[in-house]
Design a protein around this ligand. Structure first.
Ligand code: NAP
Ligand code: GDD
Length: 373
């Protein structure tokens, strides 16, 4: 096995005092803080000295696993992360939270973000992704009008909006052609953000982010599904991983690189929309091969096809051109897809080893049956 390229989750640490940090005194409100991007963004902003307010959904089981390491008990002094219950479907709650937290920056990352699941739950997906963004924009607009305070707003737009691509590579000017309920909903949220900017002069920007992954990626997205399987196969906990379309191509980057760009967009004098991508695309098959190779396994032996993972309409090719982000903001991705695959496999090998130890000690561990996508 090759040498580790892992950038694993940090251990729980007390955040540095905000004194002398550039973001000191600034407040950010994040929807989707318990998700992959929300956790990296919260870490990034806290390190800059921000006070971060995150909206979490009430759940019967804990859903804060990705941010537990940056959360301090409210009874301990010095915590700069505050969590509030809320939901993108609840307009009153969003308006109340914006009013109470009085943020300088709002990052709308919350979403039913799984494309395949959006075909099963199109209405709920539209409620959270499209109407949720509109409700939040409206909450920010009213708060600004009433308080006179300017709030900068970030919308998590998606390369999925390009769908059946009309141009390769895709830029900020490439027309959209959505291919899923998720993408249709993201398109509405995207244009609502542009519309609020143009209609009300709001500092509202869309980051059109291409696929980005990490060891914190949800386990039903294809890269993580693959790297989780690699880890478990390597230690003998499973033998096969079942996948759908291996031919689709994605421009995969590292989530940690991409959240920096979200913040950079809101530091500009003028709001604008930006493509955030690596400029390189590979197939799902190539990613699988990369991940299995890294662990010294043969992907052909362990990857099997299951049509249940095919989608009613597929997005065949995504390749972003991040030239505007580089030219105007000086942003560029720092992690190659090879480094990304290595980082994820390293992490998931460790996870599988721990799982194996527990199983060998007689603990019953769940399989992934409930997460079948
Ligand atoms: P993710 O890991 O699936 O996280 C989604 C977050 O949204 C979670 O915190 C989830 O809460 C929350 N959420 C779901 N439904 C909600 C609701 N009704 N009200 C409030 N919060 C809700 O997604 P991600 O990968 O971090 O992506 C962040 C954002 O970027 C999403 O909007 C996604 O659509 C968009 N995006 C992602 C990519 C990518 O490749 N990752 C690319 C382009 C755009 P729970 O933890 O409770 O489920
Ligand atoms: N999830 C999944 N599971 N996808 C599979 C599988 C499988 O077993 N087998 C093949 N794929 C293919 C899908 O058909 C798709 O072409 C590709 O792998 C990537 O699928 P996902 O990882 O689920 O991501 P996505 O591209 O559909 O959507 C992600 O990226 C978007 C940005 O382009 C999500 O993060 C979206 O929220 C995001 O907007």
């Amino acid at each position: 096995m090759k040498k580790s390229a892992a950038k694993s989750s940090p251990a729980k640490a007390k955040p540095a005092a905000a004194k002398n940090l550039p973001g000191k005194g600034r407040k950010a409100l994040i929807t989707g803080i318990t998700g992959q991007d929300g956790s990296y963004l919260a870490e990034f902003l806290i390190a800059k000295g921000y006070d971060v307010h995150g909206i979490i959904r009430r759940s019967s089981s804990f859903n804060t696993g990705r941010i537990d390491h940056i959360y301090l008990d409210p009874h301990v002094k010095g915590g700069r992360l505050k969590l509030h219950y809320g939901d993108l479907c609840d307009a009153n709650n969003l308006a109340k939270l914006v009013r109470e937290t009085q943020p300088d920056e709002v990052y709308n990352l919350g979403a039913q973000s799984h494309v395949r699941v959006s075909f099963d739950m199109p209405v709920y997906t539209a409620e959270t992704v499209a109407m949720g963004a509109l409700k939040l924009l409206e909450a920010v607009r009213v708060f600004q009008a009433e308080s006179g305070k300017q709030v900068r707003y970030y919308q998590a737009s998606s390369s999925e909006q390009y769908g059946k691509v009309l141009e390769v590579p895709q830029t900020e000017k490439t027309p959209f052609y959505p291919r899923s309920p998720y993408a249709c909903a993201k398109l509405m949220a995207h244009w609502a953000t542009v519309n609020y900017r143009e209609s009300y002069g709001m500092h509202a920007s869309c980051g059109i982010l291409f696929n980005h992954e990490s060891p914190r990626r949800g386990e039903t997205f294809v890269t993580r599904k693959i790297t989780r399987a690699v880890g478990r196969i390597k230690v003998g906990l499973q033998d096969k991983v079942f996948l759908g379309n291996l031919d689709s191509k994605r421009d995969w980057g590292f989530a940690g690189d991409y959240v920096k760009m979200m913040w950079m967009m809101l530091q500009q004098e003028k709001p604008d929309d930006y493509v955030v991508a690596t400029g390189r695309t590979i197939t799902v098959r190539e990613f699988a091969q990369m991940a299995f190779d890294y662990a010294g396994l043969s992907w052909k032996k362990h990857v099997a096809f299951d049509p249940r993972y095919l989608r009613p309409a597929e997005v065949d090719l995504l390749l972003g051109d991040p030239a505007k982000a580089k030219r105007k903001l000086g942003w560029k991705p720092e992690t190659s897809v090879e480094q990304l695959a290595a980082m994820m496999v390293e992490h998931d090998l460790e996870l599988a080893r721990r799982e194996k130890t527990l199983r060998d000690a007689g603990h019953s561990m769940p399989d992934f049956a409930g997460h079948d996508q």
